[in-house]
Structures are given as C-alpha cells and as structure tokens.
Design a protein around this ligand. Structure first.
Ligand SMILES: [Zn+2]
Length: 294
C-alpha cells in the first residue's frame, strides 16, 4: 500500500516500531555503546537538510525508514543510525516501550497539536481505541484539561479508554455518536476530534461532531473524505493530516512513560509467529499492540 508514496526496493524486512539492546556500534558513534537499551525512531535522518535543521525529522529529504524503505526489526538484528536512537530511562525495558517508536509518537504528535488548541472545559472525541487510540487517550489525559469522549465498536476497548482517562464512552453499535456528542457538549461539539480510524463512516462524523473552528484530525487511514465544500465553510472546521511524530516528540513521549503517565496495553509473541500475528491483526483480534520478540 506504500509503493505509490515512497521508493521501495522489495522484498524487505518489515518492522518499523523497534526497541532493543545495542550489540555493536560504528567507530564514530558516541551517544550509545554496547549493552545500552534503546528505542529507535523509525526514520534515519541526514541532519543537514533544511527540514532536519528545523527539527522536522519526518520531512528529511535524505531519510530511510526502517521496515518501509530499508530493513526493519522483524529480525534478530537491525541496523540503524546514531541519530535515531534514544537511550531508555532506568526501569524501562525495550519490550515495554517498542510500540511507542511509531504507534506512540504518531498518537502523541496528533495529541500535541490538538492540545495546543484545547482550553479547559473544551471537549475532545477520540475515535478508535486500538493500538494508537489507547495511547492517544492517555496523552490527552496527561497533557490537557479537556473532557474526553471515547468511541469504539468494542466495549472492551471502551473499558480500556475509561481506565486510561476517558470521561465518557459511546459504542456506535448501540448509540448514535452524533446525538451522544451533542448531549455531552450541550450542542457545541468537540473542539478537537482525533480519528484513529479514518474510515468513510468516521470522517463523515466531522460536520456533526466538530465544533466551529475545531479540527478533525486524521490519523488512521483507509477511507476517504467526502464533504461538500460548503459544509466546511458553514461549520468552519478543518480536516488535519497527521504523520509520524518527530524525533524530539519521541523523547517527550519517553518522558511521559518515565513519569508513569502513559502505559502500553500489549500482548507478546515470538518472532516465529509473526505471520499468525499479522493475520490476527488484520481481523481485529489484537487488543492494544502486539509485541514481537526474537
Ligand atoms: Zn535531513
């Protein structure tokens, strides 16, 4: 699904959310040494292009991306760059934090943008409490004083959201999401909506649940946005795209993890079972995030 967007030399080893222990370093590496536990930002950057100078890691003009344009971490060893690793704080194990390398910072990146626009008393809606959404709820809870409503088709996911800081939850299988958001926001709508699903059915909520001047953040993808231009003019809301967070945002997320503000809901599997896990994932049978260990 990515061949149209990036240069890929297939086949390559998948796996872009990686953490592990440094086994060997190049001669000029000095930020880490053998034996250090690290988390790996998926993008290896050049450090000298203008986006790199601006700290916009994801826009690096000379980047390689583990599991997408270069070999990833579904393997015993992975090659990365000194510029892409962050040493883990004491007490945080690679296995506990690996999914933050992409799922976590993607959720964090979107939440940070949303939080900049949220005032105490505002409402947020988080759609999809899966691998990214359950991190998003915790980041929102830690970083804002807004009221959080979680939306998911699974009651178990909604229970998880409430445990992680959601104030309200609604299952579209049982209740009308538009009416629910209308009732909890006294008709004003949510100032910020974080759509971790990005299906046609969820982007269609935007005109009815997003407050005037608000944002409907697209983080999940697969669907389309079909809205008459007039709907955006009338509601004066925006659709906002979100890519993976930058290197500095991964440092910030590691800080939240160290504070105990964000925990991951994971299940662990052996590398030999990776294909079975991929199948389970495709069928929505994984709650939170699956972690593969070699
Ligand atoms: Zn660069």
């Amino acid at each position: 699904m990515w061949t149209e967007y990036v240069d890929q030399d297939l086949p390559l080893t998948l796996g872009h959310e990686n953490a592990g222990t440094v086994v060997e370093t190049g001669e000029e590496v000095d930020v880490v040494s053998e034996g250090d536990p690290v988390i790996c930002h998926p993008v290896q950057t050049c450090g000298t292009c203008r986006p790199c100078r601006l700290g916009e890691t994801m826009y690096c003009e000379n980047q390689s991306f583990n599991g997408l344009t270069t070999d990833g971490g579904f393997a015993d060893y992975m090659l990365t760059s000194e510029r892409s690793v962050i040493s883990l704080p004491d007490g945080v194990e690679p296995i506990d934090i690996a999914p933050h390398a992409d799922a976590g910072i993607t959720a964090y990146h979107a939440v940070k943008k949303a939080v900049a626009e949220l005032n105490p008393g505002d409402h947020t809606v988080v759609i999809g409490i899966g691998g990214l959404g359950h991190i998003g709820v915790q980041c929102l809870d830690a970083m804002s004083a807004a009221t959080i409503t979680a939306v998911d088709l699974k009651d178990s996911a909604l229970d998880l959201a409430e445990q992680f800081g959601a104030d309200h939850s609604v299952n579209p299988g049982d209740d009308d999401v538009r009416e629910f958001v209308d009732s909890v926001t006294d008709g004003t709508g949510a100032a910020q909506v974080l759509d971790f699903v990005g299906a046609d059915v969820t982007t269609e909520y935007a005109p009815d649940i997003t407050a005037a001047d608000g944002d409907h953040h697209i983080i999940g993808y697969g669907g389309h946005i079909h809205e008459p231009a007039q709907t955006l003019v009338n509601g004066e809301f925006s659709f906002v795209g979100n890519i993976v967070g930058r290197f500095s945002e991964l440092q910030e997320l590691v800080a939240l993890v160290e504070r105990g503000d964000v925990e991951l809901h994971t299940t662990r599997y052996d590398l030999a079972d990776v294909n079975t896990v991929a199948e389970k994932f495709e069928h929505g049978e994984i709650e939170g995030r699956a972690v593969i260990t070699p």
